[in-house]
Design a protein around this ligand. Structure first.
Ligand code: 1CP
Length: 324
């Protein structure tokens, strides 16, 4: 459950008022925050406390994360000149704190730790737009009007993403998640042509069957087969794609992660119970399912509701695998 910690009083206490990039670069505090949802809810995995913008922040592209807003870029990416502001990531030098945080967690975390990175497209969209956007107009314009610059940008970001994920695995991450949150905001054909090859390049750089790869995006129903084909072991879906519809598109051999609507968790507990049961029912006891929310936990969510969701999922009885 991404951002499961955000609604917790213990998170607000340890987080302080600085930028989350500051907190994420302090291994002791980042490790403690990663552990909070595990301790509070008994979830089966922990997601590293960091952000998708950490690698490009660390090579000094000029990024800050504004509280309540998200990533903001002082001088957004506009032309081929801006390619010079990017370079290869040297994780041991640029983001040593990420490795240190995961090493602490390898000792202290009782469940697997999921490392993650932003997919090249989603990171590119922040660099180009300069701030959170749901129209991605500038990104779409650059993609169309400057195909060579687009390809160079996506190439560099793919390499940065690969280096970042390798470093996390070497430091002890048990699984990796590639967040392409905004992949559903572009036309499916454009996705296939201009985005998919780079996500595939990233995911196909990892082939250890013991380190599963989760690939997530919002609004990906029309491109779900490509999200899988890019090299995912697990496809993360949002709440707008019912699990049975995702199964129809993906078949039974791939795992699916999702997809309780985070907004339902703000409402009456009976509605939450109904929604959880429906997801479990629509999954028809398929073993390849990581129960999760369809997107991050909303900050006003009552921790007791999330605790109840975890309890419901844990008490759901699956048939014996051999007899299934
Ligand atoms: O669960 C966790 O808290 C783990 C750490 C984590 C992760 C996995 C954070 C901390 N960010 C992320 C990933 C991330 N960051 C994604 C991909 C997942 C998703 O779709 O939610 C994205 C798109 C971002 C970019 C980002 N960073 C946003 C979204 C902005 C937008 O376009 O709407 C925001 C609000 C941030 C800030 C941020 N990152 C993390 C936290 C806890 C926060 C909020 C901090 C604050 O407001 O001070």
């Amino acid at each position: 459950m991404r951002q499961a910690g955000r609604s917790l009083p213990e998170y607000r206490k340890i987080r302080g008022s600085g930028s989350i990039l500051e907190v994420a670069s302090d291994p002791e505090r980042a490790a403690q925050i990663t552990l909070q949802p595990v301790e509070r809810y008994g979830v089966d995995a922990a997601i590293l406390f960091s952000d998708i913008m950490v690698p490009v922040f660390s090579i000094n592209f000029g990024i800050e994360i504004q509280s309540g807003v998200g990533p903001v870029v002082e001088n957004p990416f506009r032309s081929s000149n801006d390619l010079k502001r990017l370079r290869a990531l040297e994780p041991e030098i640029d983001v040593p704190y990420v490795g240190e945080t995961i090493k602490i967690l390898s000792q202290e975390c009782p469940v697997p730790v999921i490392g993650f990175a932003g997919a090249p497209f989603t990171v590119a969209s922040y660099l180009i737009e300069g701030k959170p956007s749901r129209s991605l107009e500038k990104t779409k314009a650059l993609m169309e009007e400057e195909p060579e610059i687009w390809d160079s940008l996506m190439d560099i970001l793919s390499e940065i993403t690969i280096s970042s994920l390798k470093h996390q695995i070497e430091s002890g991450a048990s699984a990796i998640q590639l967040f392409d949150s905004w992949a559903g905001l572009i036309d499916p054909k454009k996705y296939e042509e201009k985005v998919f090859p780079y996500s595939k390049k990233v995911l196909s750089s990892f082939d250890d069957p013991l380190v599963p790869k989760i690939h997530f995006g919002l609004g990906t129903q029309p491109i779900l087969h490509l999200i899988a084909e890019a090299g995912a072991d697990v496809v993360g879906i949002d709440s707008n794609t019912p699990i049975d519809v995702a199964r129809e598109k993906l078949g039974n051999e791939i795992a699916i992660q999702g997809n309780l609507n985070p907004e339902i968790c703000l409402g009456p507990i009976e509605e939450v119970e109904k929604a959880v049961s429906e997801i479990l029912m629509l999954n028809s006891n398929n073993f390849g399912h990581i129960f999760n929310l369809g997107h991050g936990v909303l900050p006003d969510t009552d921790p007791a509701v999330l605790a109840h969701v975890v309890e419901m999922v844990h008490s759901h009885e699956l048939p014996e695998k051999n007899n299934a």
